[in-house]
Design a binder for this molecule. Structure first.
Ligand code: PLP
Length: 491
């Protein structure tokens, strides 16, 4: 493709994207294609000869589009936590891809590297993160903290576990010289609430360390008492507690672990405290939601996905650490990639982000975030969060105003879990019926063994009218289910 064709085709693609967005409300939020559908539509090997752009485009519309549920952009999708999207973010991605940017070490792309540090400081200040997480102190002097953009919250968690593992294994081996690093790691144990994302177990498995999930209180919050008794028990059993993953905004019901209690315990037992705020973290740009983060100053690392509520597309998971050396050491295999080119700058003067993430080369991840922050301003991003919360409150009022329903878990931010009063089976049937109708998509949650419906509001795509539409569909489906239930009940 030459430059002139690229110019022409590029404009067509932007038009096609805009048309797609204009027709979204009429499209079903979920796809009904069957597994393997694509192999019936596309050949099973790559073409020997070049094909025309027009043919590729036709196949994209015919075969690819039908297999793409619109989870990020459809106003009737309420299934997952929001997966961010905005046109400024999409333009940022286009620029990054279009310029062929790639980020290795600082000298491979100084703008990528420095913009990432700058944007993470901007965002850290907007969240009012503890100052120690920023790359500079109040006088502008470099300090040991800083932010990095990881691809996902799971990657951020893995990096934190690896850093903590290295630190703890080192300390353990100072006391127990007979242990190899591997043997020392085998004695470490990590903790999280029973409602932690499964990413926690996955990361501990990859890092080769034990992990344990702990009971929570009535608000699904991990409390100090629960953590302390597990730690004491494990120390008695000869293990070394080394890591706690506290969640701010659990996936099931958006509950919040109690950092004020957990934080001092982590200090007392010298355990790394990582905060997974994948969903809820965006909300901390609004001062009125920062109470949820009380105690975050105790943490060693903090992470949230800007690609959830901050209007930024996927692949933008923001992580801050207080001591970035712990991270680079945690990921240091002792081998330096030889193709990264010479750097005349001292490592403490520049931040080599690839040294604190799993991949070496990444996309220019900060560009779209920088564009989003500038295009919307903090006030624009706050507006999106506030609208999300406002819509969730409206939904709560619909639910509590209908005596057939109840709230299943205390709602926070944009997540509302609710149930039809009565047997579990009624809620399963309601969920199945909603899926069958396909007019909207909501999720489900297990609330202490009871089936609940889980509705996630995403104000970037949902207006009040969409919420009313959704509630109308849910209410009508519930009426149908309850009527059928009454007709079949013995009395
Ligand atoms: N942590 C929490 C609380 C989440 O809700 C999620 C996903 O929604 C994750 C972690 C995993 O996120 P990622 O897909 O970015 O790894």
């Amino acid at each position: 493709m030459d430059i002139e064709e690229f110019r022409r085709r590029g404009k067509e693609i932007v038009d096609a994207i805009a048309d797609y967005h204009m027709t979204l409300p009429q499209r079903r939020p979920w796809t009904d294609v069957r597994p393997g559908y694509l192999s019936e539509l596309l050949p099973d090997s790559a073409p020997e000869l070049p094909e025309s752009w027009d043919d590729i485009r036709k196949d994209f519309d015919r075969a690819i589009i039908p297999g793409l549920p619109q989870v990020t952009v459809n106003p009737h999708f309420h299934g997952f936590f929001p997966i961010g999207f905005s046109f400024p973010s999409a333009l940022g991605e286009m620029l990054s891809e279009g310029l062929g940017c790639v980020q290795f070490t600082w000298n491979s792309a100084p703008a990528c590297s420095e913009l990432e540090t700058l944007v993470m400081d901007w965002l850290g200040k907007a969240l009012n993160l503890p100052r120690a997480f920023l790359s500079k102190d109040d006088e502008g002097k470099p300090q040991s903290g800083a932010g990095v953009i990881q691809g996902t919250a799971t990657e951020a968690l893995l990096v934190a576990v690896l850093a903590a593992r290295k630190r703890a294994a080192f300390k353990l081996r100072e006391k127990r010289r007979d242990l190899s690093e591997q043997q020392a790691a085998g004695k470490l144990i990590a903790y999280a609430s029973e409602y932690v994302h499964t990413a926690f177990q996955k990361c501990c498995m990859i890092a080769g360390v034990r992990c344990r999930t702990l009971p929570t209180d009535d608000d699904f919050s991990l409390r100090g008492e629960s953590l302390k008794s597990a730690i004491e028990e494990d120390i008695q059993a000869g293990l070394t507690p080394f890591f706690v993953c506290a969640t701010l905004g659990t996936t099931g019901f958006c509950s919040f672990d109690n950092l004020v209690e957990i934080g001092p315990l982590c200090q007392e037992y010298d355990a790394w405290l990582h905060i997974d705020a994948a969903y809820a973290g965006s909300a901390f740009i609004c001062p009125e939601f920062r109470h949820y983060a009380e105690g975050w100053e105790f943490s060693d690392s903090f992470n949230f996905n800007a690609h959830k509520m901050l209007l930024t597309s996927i692949g933008c998971s923001c992580m801050w650490v207080k001591n970035r050396k712990a991270i680079t050491e945690g990921l240091n295999s002792g081998e330096t990639p030889t193709y990264s080119g010479p750097s005349e700058e001292k490592p403490d003067k520049v931040i080599d982000h690839p040294l604190w993430q799993v991949p070496l080369g990444t996309k220019f991840r900060s560009l779209k975030l920088w564009i989003v922050l500038r295009y919307y301003g903090i006030s624009g991003l706050q507006k999106n969060i506030r609208q999300t919360v406002e819509l969730a409150r409206k939904l709560q009022s619909y639910i509590t105003g209908d005596e057939r329903f109840r709230i299943a878990a205390k709602p926070h931010l944009g997540l509302v879990c609710f149930q039809l009063k009565g047997e579990d089976e009624l809620n399963r049937k309601l969920f199945a019926r909603l899926n069958e109708l396909g007019k909207l998509l909501i999720g489900c949650a297990d609330v202490r063994g009871k089936f609940a419906l889980r509705f996630s509001v995403n104000a970037a795509q949902t207006a009040e009218s969409d919420l009313q539409f959704a509630w109308g569909v849910i209410r009508d489906a519930a009426e149908e289910i309850l009527k059928a239930h009454e007709e079949h009940s013995p009395n």
